[in-house]
Design a protein. Structure first.
Length: 149
């Protein structure tokens, strides 16, 4: 399967992923992998006295899960050269154990590069919970293959 080439992305086009529920295991495993043992993520008693009232997921964990959900759409199979980075990334609301998230992307810009075999695609990313609230948003840039001659 081949994903979309640079020419096949259209400014304004939107794609949405499937949804996934965030579990305690997700948070515990991410804390172990990352070494981020902030009590906001792993200490329920501590969190009872915070503005959240319970543990919240790590922001980078939610982004990683959203990225995985988007890759399951196969939009980039064999056409993605590189993730160039974020122009912005905001964590706008907490994600708690039991929340269900999905990702939505909207193409915002297409630009040619000095090399004819590739182009840059920028997109707005939104991670949305089961209540329709945006919990993360940002602008990302990707280096994409152009269609072979």
């Amino acid at each position: 399967m081949v994903g979309l080439y640079w020419e096949e992305w259209q400014v304004g086009k939107t794609f949405e992923s499937a949804a996934r529920t965030i579990t305690e295991t997700d948070i515990v495993n991410f804390a172990g992998i990352s070494g981020d043992y902030n009590p906001l993520h792993i200490n329920e008693e501590y969190c009872k006295n915070t503005q959240f009232g319970t543990r919240i997921a790590h922001g980078p964990l939610i982004y990683a899960i959203a990225a995985g959900l988007l890759f399951q759409l196969h939009l980039y199979d064999d056409t993605l050269i590189a993730f160039l980075g974020f122009e912005s990334l905001k964590f706008t609301k907490p994600t708690k154990i039991g929340d269900t998230i999905h990702a939505k992307i909207t193409v915002t810009e297409l630009s040619e590069t000095s090399k004819s075999d590739r182009g840059v695609m920028k997109r707005q990313l939104q991670v949305i919970n089961q209540r329709g609230e945006v919990v993360q948003e940002g602008i990302q840039a990707f280096l994409m293959k152009r269609k072979p001659a």
